[in-house]
Design a protein around this ligand. Structure first.
Ligand code: ADA
Length: 554
């Protein structure tokens, strides 16, 4: 399954899964694996950090498009031994359009590398696992003379009437002029038609705006979704289409408040890694849906995709469940020398661009995050934050932007984001009482920084516990200690009217890179509210009690 709904009725699309791929690693016997998957889940490859070659065959003719939703972490794509695409970063999609294929069977090879080196500025030994493999779906599409490359949907309310502002990018795939028809409909109601003539190999964005008076606003209680379909015809014959699923809602801020459809929301969220003991980061949608059901059961209304763009099927499910998403570009706790890696700027910019280009239409995403706990206390680091937030704002002015800082008393970038966000761990990494620590942080921000007066989020708070370790003495790493700490932390945060909300660190226990954090018990980050098998710890009932006692709105 590529998305949680069909994105085409006219364009022929198939997922290249279901049959086993050849999987070859130098020095290992040849294997066959299913895609998507992580190679660490296959016997003998549990600790493989290096390269592998996947191969399969497909039948096609003419012009095709191959889309890779996620390959970890560096990929080279070959069709019939010709290089057609290269990509860095496990967490963003990429594609290749291949023309002039002879009718018949073709060889697809995917060279994958998950090793750590200077060539990789963002995938580094870290407090989460960088897996290896084709971790997300692969799609094969048949194209004709022209195709729809993307749709960008924005919702605008005019005198209270919901309107759709739609940008459709159409591409001429031939060396000759093409006369095309374009039509746009929402939930099978035709709203726009036009004729367009494209010059050879021309790409053009067609803009349309139309009222949708019957549309209901997307919100927590009623996450109404609508299918937006763009269709291309040639000589009256349908030749291509693209279907997006959209929601009519607005995001904004007013002083300290984050607004959904003009109403001040209280964020009750958890941070979630794409982590599973049986699937690694290649989590099937069935398991994603269970995670979201747990989030809903906890009374959460938001999830933070710490620390990278997520699988689009998870975002589709967030759209359906009515959860707000803080989606984050890929970075965690990079030091200055790491941010000075010669590949850092380009790899960061690519990740931000691909994240926004591919996830733009999800109503659940309300905020784009960057550079979690990176160098926001140095002048050099500031230049990186400035550059990345400027890039986000140039691509999307309809959402908020932020970064999760841990530089208490030293952050020099709080003038830059829309929302000031902090990761804090009172009663875990230090013994300061939560309410005292939160008040001193908030007062410092208001009195000594340019973050004063902005919405203020706690983007991480939590404590560790080993599932099943119980202690009447409530010692650290016991479930009792974690339950006590989370109660104090959440009670302090949720009872502070100046605070717009919180993200608990973290949803479930997850693997960390063995190369990185030897002092992580089990070589895992054990701060989950549930363990890696989604078994609730004692703190589950505490989180549920505190979250469900509060409204979604302030
Ligand atoms: C940081 C970081 C998280 C995680 C957390 C922890 O806040 O952003 O990724 O490492 O610390 O568990 O200490």
């Amino acid at each position: 399954m590529i998305r949680m709904f069909d994105t085409h009725r006219i364009r022929a699309q198939q997922e290249l899964t279901g049959s086993l791929w050849n999987f070859a690693v130098p020095g290992f016997p040849a294997q066959k694996v299913l895609v998507p998957s992580c190679w660490e889940m296959y016997p003998g490859f549990e600790n493989h950090r290096g390269t592998a070659v996947y191969s399969t065959t497909f039948r096609a003719a003419g012009t095709i498009r191959l889309e890779f939703k996620g390959v970890s972490h560096t990929a080279q794509i070959f069709v019939d031994h010709t290089l057609v695409a290269e990509h860095y970063n496990a967490f963003t999609p990429f594609d290749a359009v291949v023309k002039d294929l002879a009718a018949g069977e073709h060889l697809l090879e995917v060279h994958v590398d998950n090793s750590f080196s200077e060539a990789s500025a963002l995938h580094i030994p870290n407090d989460y696992m960088t897996y290896g493999g084709i971790n997300r779906p692969v799609a094969l599409e048949q194209l004709q003379t022209a195709y729809i490359k993307h749709i960008r949907f924005d919702c605008v309310f005019k005198d209270g009437v919901p309107c759709a502002h739609v940008r459709v990018l159409v591409c001429n795939l031939t060396d000759t002029c093409q006369e095309l028809g374009i039509s746009e409909s929402i939930s099978d109601t035709l709203h726009f038609t036009d004729a367009v003539t494209l010059q050879p190999n021309e790409e053009r964005e067609i803009t349309a705006e139309f009222e949708c008076p019957e549309a209901r606003a997307w919100c927590f209680e009623d996450p109404a979704l609508y299918f937006l379909c763009a269709e291309l015809t040639q000589n009256g014959r349908p030749i291509d289409d693209l279907i997006e699923r959209v929601g009519f809602r607005t995001i904004g801020m007013d002083g300290r408040n984050i607004l959904l459809n003009g109403r001040a929301v209280r964020i009750k969220g958890l941070c979630r890694h794409e982590e599973h003991p049986q699937y690694g980061c290649a989590i099937p949608p069935e398991a994603m849906a269970c995670d979201l059901a747990i989030l809903r059961d906890l009374g959460a209304n938001s999830v933070r995709t710490s620390h990278y763009p997520n699988d689009e099927r998870f975002l589709d499910l967030c759209d359906e469940y009515g959860l707000l998403v803080w989606e984050e570009s890929h970075a965690r706790a990079l030091e200055e020398d790491q941010m000075k890696n010669p590949n850092f700027d380009r790899q960061s910019a690519d990740c931000i661009r691909e994240m926004i280009e591919n996830h733009y239409n999800h109503p659940s995403i309300y905020l784009w995050g960057i550079l979690n706990e990176c160098m926001s206390q140095s002048e050099f680091g500031r230049t990186c934050y400035e550059k990345q937030l400027a890039q986000i704002r140039s691509m999307d002015h309809t959402r908020l932007c932020s970064f999760a800082s841990c530089m208490f008393f030293n952050d020099i970038c709080l003038d830059l984001p829309d929302v000031v966000s902090y990761n804090i761990y009172p009663q875990w990494y230090h013994d300061t009482p939560s309410r005292e620590y939160l008040d001193s942080l908030y007062n410092w921000i208001q009195h000594d920084t340019a973050g004063a007066g902005k919405p203020f989020l706690i983007s991480e708070v939590g404590a560790g516990a080993i599932y099943g370790f119980r202690s009447p003495a409530h010692v650290k790493w016991s479930e009792e200690y974690q339950q006590d700490a989370l109660f104090d932390q959440l009670d302090a945060i949720l009872s502070k009217p100046e605070c717009s909300g919180v993200y608990i660190w973290q949803f479930c226990d997850g693997r960390v890179c063995p190369e990185w954090f030897a002092k992580r018990p089990r070589s895992m980050n054990n701060k989950g509210v549930v363990d890696e098998y989604r078994r609730p710890k004692l703190c589950y009932s505490t989180v549920k009690q505190l979250f469900t006692a509060l409204e979604n709105y302030r």
